[in-house]
Design a binder for this molecule. Structure first.
Ligand SMILES: NC(=O)c1ccc[n+]([C@@H]2O[C@H](COP(=O)([O-])OP(=O)(O)OC[C@H]3O[C@@H](n4cnc5c(N)ncnc54)[C@H](OP(=O)(O)O)[C@@H]3O)[C@@H](O)[C@H]2O)c1
Length: 188
């Protein structure tokens, strides 16, 4: 079976992904409950370098926690060996994995995972690179009913142009979750 990647992202209605450096600033209890439900069914988790090395974030697979046996992979287009050394220095049991847009499918196929369902909970920069380059990816965009833009909000800085299609829409209380996949290329 082909591995699928689910990307979990939350944003405000005007596209802010973080406030003061934290996605919790744009999340809600309903969004968090949805995020946890995605985590529960994940065989492995993908995060980005910045998230992995952020000392303020809780360790995802800390001993004694629910995700202790869930492999966590830090995908990077930069030097994976340097990253592996930085993770080891911090005592983090995350795997540094190098990829390029062309090698991403084979890289994902080779990831240690407890199932074929992989969850990407990175920031938007890596999330949208994965969406652009891994075919079996679905983005679950959780929209918070709030407009938020000040000097502490963060918007995706990735340069890309990705055509999408909507696979489904779900309302949970005031939160709306839209599921997107890459659109099929136009017929020649
Ligand atoms: N709204 C949400 O759902 C959500 C989810 C997660 C995080 N966030 C928030 O989003 C923000 C981060 O957003 P972003 O993804 O757009 O981050 P970003 O800083 O724009 O991009 C992160 C990527 O930049 C590259 N990079 C370049 N220089 C780096 C360095 N010195 N250290 C680490 N990485 C470096 C890394 O890619 P390479 O390793 O490939 O070079 C990394 O994956 C944070 O505030 C985070 O809390 C939001």
């Amino acid at each position: 079976m082909t591995r699928t990647i689910t990307i979990a992202l939350v944003q405000t209605i005007n596209g802010a992904y973080a406030h003061d450096g934290w996605s919790t600033g744009v999340s809600t209890p309903t969004d968090f409950a949805y995020f946890v439900s995605l985590r529960r069914r994940a065989g492995a988790i993908i995060i980005d370098r910045r998230t992995a090395l952020n000392p303020k974030l809780p360790v995802i697979n800390a001993p004694g926690k629910a995700l202790e046996r869930t492999p966590v992979h830090v995908l990077t287009e930069s030097d994976p060996q340097a990253l592996a050394a930085q993770l080891a220095e911090r005592g983090l049991n995350y795997h540094a994995v190098g990829f390029t847009p062309d090698t991403l499918p084979e890289v994902v196929a080779g990831l240690e995972s407890n199932s074929d369902e992989i969850l990407c909970e990175s920031g938007p920069n890596l999330a949208y690179r994965v969406l652009a380059h891994y075919p079996d990816t679905e983005l679950h965009l959780s929209i918070t009913p709030r407009y938020l833009h000040d000097e502490r909000t963060h918007f995706s800085g990735l340069d890309a142009d990705i055509e999408l299609q909507v696979n489904g829409v779900e309302q949970r209380g005031d939160q709306v979750i839209v599921r997107y996949a890459k659109a099929d290329p136009p017929a020649e």
